[in-house]
Design a protein. Sequence first.
Length: 175
Amino acid sequence: MPRQNVSTESASGYFYAFNRMAANPRRFSDPADQENMAHRQSRRSLAALHVVLFATLVWTSPANTATLSAASQAEIQALLSRLGSSGCGFRRNGTWHPADEAQVHLQRKLDYLVSKGAVASAEQFIERAATKSSVSGQIYLVRCGIHPPLPSSEWLAQQLQGMRATVRAPAPPLK
């Protein structure tokens, strides 16, 4: 009689072992131990179900959907414009790109996040879109002139801070 395929034999061996375990579960000396084990398994299943339901509620609730205000949108657009006109280099996934390409790339990421309701402020934009590659996980760098490269999150945070300081500065008194 020809020998069966090895994988078929292995699979049938696994099924045999599984069926044997199912038919003959771990034996306990006391029926109360069996009851306790069933109760613990039931509680674990219920706890897991609660976690799944809670996570579903949190992630699908309207409260979790961020909306981008006009002020935040204006700040982010100003940041992107500053980056695009900076003349700095932008390192993404190991390659340096001109600032205008970086602006286009980050605008695309912003558009995606806005469509998902995942960004509500300039800080969230920096954190979620402009810090690192969502593909490789590598941080983005910005290099301006002879200055050493900075992580893009730092460069953008500095620009945002400067923009906000300019907006808050009181106007000089009229003479």
